[in-house]
Ligand binder design. Structure first.
Ligand SMILES: [Zn+2]
Ligand SMILES: [Zn+2]
Length: 371
């Protein structure tokens, strides 16, 4: 009898169905992952709520789950050599599956690969062998998949922070080239903003300032516990004036915006960043635009403004190293875990449609219990 895998499949806007899939035969070049957990981020909610309809991320039906942690279940001989793994190894799977040959891949920008292959967001459920997303008991390991070995001693929740942690490494540190003793302002204390504090500390930042709204009171408290030197409630104080005060008028070297929706943090960043400084734009504004945006401020102050979307191989490697050192202090971010059969509940909690216990920060789906 054929062995079966299970997947929580998004069949339409706000519609999940559990599907059974016959576990595919593995050849010399590919493999199969037994899923441990899928981490969630804002993208999972946007996907569920139909925001990607009509775009390259709008494939349906699809098994969501692009932040993938699991164990190598089966692996072909060539693949084992290529990935340097054995059956039973705990691994992290990179979301994108780059072809390696197209112009973006050759330019070192694999997330923009022309082949547009990736787990949880691009490859639809109808495409054989169907196991292309993390909300499932198993995941197909395509020959072009990229894997990282994950340490065995870190608990599931903390290990599933690897994706937001790798984003934080890239956004707060690598992209703006944050240096020792520099000042960074992080706007938005979601999981990526909070982990950016950890990344900025690793980079040797001298001063870390985190901004949030009144609704973020608890998350700003966590920010201070994680090493933020100061936090600003933008509903209670003028964040620009406060940054001026905290930096003795010198302003910040780097401002990272990881806030969702509101565009004010971008205009405020223009006034918080020093001459020659860098603004990193990472918060999705869901099509909101900035009125009367003048580029003169950029020009006269030689401000660099960088857009960032995700992270890549070396950021994930660095993130794994940071988690290895710091995971015990980060478990408090892991507020919610749901079994596969409650994937929809997890996504609704993420979108703040429901409440369930503590203030959600990092949510993951425990994929080891069958639905
Ligand atoms: Zn994500
Ligand atoms: Zn490519």
């Amino acid at each position: 009898m054929a062995e079966l895998a299970y997947a929580a499949v998004l069949t339409g806007k706000r519609a999940f169905e559990t599907r059974e899939v016959i576990i595919p035969r593995i050849g010399p070049d590919d493999g199969l992952l037994r899923m441990e957990a899928a981490g969630l981020c804002g993208t999972d909610y946007e996907q569920y709520d139909g925001h990607f309809a009509g775009t390259y991320l709008g494939t349906l039906p699809i098994t969501p789950g692009h932040e993938i942690l699991g164990w190598v279940d089966r692996v072909g001989a060539n693949a084992a050599k290529r990935w340097n793994v054995r059956e039973g190894d705990r691994v992290i799977v990179e979301t994108s599956i780059p072809c390696g040959d197209c112009p973006p891949c050759r330019d070192g920008r694999p997330i923009f690969c022309d082949a547009n292959m990736g787990y949880g967001l691009r490859m639809g459920f109808d495409q054989a062998p169907h196991l292309w997303g993390g909300y499932a008991s198993h995941l197909y390991l395509h020959p072009k998949t990229r894997l990282h070995r994950a340490p065995d001693n870190i608990p599931t929740g903390a290990m599933s922070l690897f994706n937001p942690m790798s984003n934080a490494v890239r956004w707060a540190w690598a992209k703006p080239d944050l240096r020792e003793d520099q000042t960074i302002v992080i706007e938005g204390p979601g999981q990526r903003g909070l982990l950016s504090i950890v990344a900025a500390r690793e980079a040797g930042a001298g001063q870390i300032i985190v901004t949030g709204t009144k609704a973020d009171t608890y998350r700003l408290e966590i920010a201070r516990e994680l090493g933020a030197d100061a936090t600003i409630d933008v509903d209670a104080e003028d964040p620009v004036a406060r940054v001026m005060e905290l930096t003795n008028g010198r302003k910040a070297d780097v401002v990272l915006d990881v806030s969702m929706g509101a565009v004010e943090p971008i205009t405020q960043a223009m006034d918080m960043v020093k001459k020659g400084g860098t603004i990193v734009v990472a918060g999705v504004k869901t099509h909101n635009t900035i009125d009367n945006f003048s580029t003169d401020k950029l020009l006269f102050n030689e401000i660099s403004m960088l857009g960032v979307l995700s992270s890549d191989w070396e950021d994930t490697d660095k993130a794994i190293g940071i988690l290895q050192d710091k995971w015990t202090s980060l478990t408090k971010l892991c507020t919610h875990a749901y079994p596969l059969g409650q994937a929809e509940k997890a996504v609704q909690l993420l979108g703040r449609e429901i409440q369930d216990g503590p203030e959600p920060i990092h949510i993951h789906i425990d994929t080891t219990t069958p639905p």
